[in-house]
Ligand binder design. Structure first.
Ligand code: AMP
Length: 248
């Protein structure tokens, strides 16, 4: 991952007063939401799409994980949020929206955005819609990554993340060259607490109850773009960019 990409996410990951490098304006910025069950590969795709389309990768899960590693004492709301995350449960809408609202300049910036893991409930989707309408901007598309459940569980249980640069590996499908060591920065690879079997079960239930209704919601707005999440990350990304090109 390049230095520029790391810098570019500071405003999002740390919140105010952190700032990113000055954004390069895009003539037609992409404003995307990525939907799909946990483990379907939204984070990997968001990174690849960021590299191809230039829009900022905004992941709410990454903000929570950054807070656990920051070394600063978390606010009481953030402390409670991290407890939900450890269990695999959804953080309450009010906390999530407060966090996103604080960072709304990342959504309104002229490079566009790729939202990964947000919105996750109808309430969050309504809040995002309201903010964007007020600012007179609209979503380009909502990509819905589709994958059978048994494959999702297999992906989640083998997923390993670099504690330094956040690169994602898989013990069998995308193994690092040296076991448990990141190919890109030499950082240690770890298993996310919420990728453990007991948390995975809770996350899948939360997805079915709270996030699946968003498929209907965005389909009703004519924004939904279904993409099969099978094959290599590059193949899925190519499928995504082809679907995006066909929808504009
Ligand atoms: P993710 O990396 O997107 O899978 O998010 C990891 C965890 O952070 C989730 O399982 C939730 O506990 C929490 N989280 C992230 N984004 C949201 C959101 N938009 N709404 C509620 N909880 C969230």
């Amino acid at each position: 991952m390049s230095e520029q990409i790391k810098n570019d996410r500071a405003a999002w990951l740390q919140g105010p007063p952190a700032e990113c490098l000055p954004p390069e304006p895009q003539a037609n910025p992409w404003r995307l939401v990525l939907l799909g069950a946990p483990g379907v590969g939204k984070g990997t795709q968001a990174d690849l799409l960021h590299q191809r389309l230039g829009a900022c990768h905004l992941s709410t899960g990454d903000v929570f994980r950054a807070a656990t590693r920051s070394g600063c004492t978390p606010s009481p709301a953030m402390k409670a949020a991290l407890e939900y995350m450890r269990r695999g449960a959804l953080v309450p809408d009010a906390t999530v929206w407060e966090m996103v609202r604080e960072r709304s300049h990342c959504i309104l910036n002229c490079r566009g955005f790729i939202l990964d893991g947000f919105p996750r409930t109808l309430g969050q989707a309504e809040s995002l819609k309201e903010l964007m309408e007020k600012e007179k901007i609209s979503l380009s598309a909502v990509v819905n990554y589709e994958l059978p459940v048994d494959e999702i569980v297999q992906r989640l249980s083998g997923r390993r993340t670099c504690e330094k640069c956040k690169s994602i590996f898989h013990v069998t499908e995308r193994p690092p060259k040296v076991e448990a060591v990141c190919d890109h920065c030499g950082g240690r690879l770890y298993q996310r607490e919420d990728d453990r079997p007991e948390s995975v079960k809770v996350r899948m239930q939360a997805y079915e109850t709270s996030t699946m209704p968003l498929i209907q919601f965005y389909s009703g707005l004519g924004l939904l773009l279904p993409v099969a999440a099978t094959g290599s990350p590059d193949a899925i990304c190519a499928r995504t960019t082809a679907a995006l090109a066909a929808c504009v």
